[in-house]
Design a protein around this ligand. Structure first.
Ligand SMILES: [Zn+2]
Ligand SMILES: [Zn+2]
Length: 112
């Protein structure tokens, strides 16, 4: 199984070639919807890695794809967990993370 370098979902070798162009299209659509300061440069598909013997190094290729996917993730400003960019805003609206809770406690202290 190979992780998609964009969304990180796992695919078989055959289906990832079908998925990746679709995923990139979706990525572009989502990116265009973001306000300009939040838009990101298009991620480049990592090169296929080869072993010293010139064979495809599946493990290294999988790792490169996975790392590329991780770079796509955006941390929540409240709890610091990472999300796909189109999901982070939805999450932040409902996030009750640690920092948020501290801020709430702080506010309560001031009001008392
Ligand atoms: Zn994908
Ligand atoms: Zn959060």
């Amino acid at each position: 199984m190979f992780p998609c370098y964009l969304c990180g979902r796992l695919f078989s070798v055959n289906s990832i070639y079908i998925h990746e162009p679709q995923c990139l299209k979706k990525w572009r659509t989502e990116n265009d919807k973001l306000p300009p300061h939040k838009r990101r440069p298009e991620p480049l598909k990592p090169d296929i890695k080869f072993t010293p013997e010139g064979k495809i190094d599946n493990q290294a290729t999988i790792e490169a794809n996975w790392l590329s996917h991780l770079e796509q993730l955006v941390p929540c400003r409240i709890c610091g967990r990472t999300f796909n960019p189109e999901r982070v805003e939805v999450h932040e609206k409902s996030c009750k993370g640690q920092a948020f809770k501290k801020f709430q406690d702080f506010k309560v202290e001031i009001l008392q």
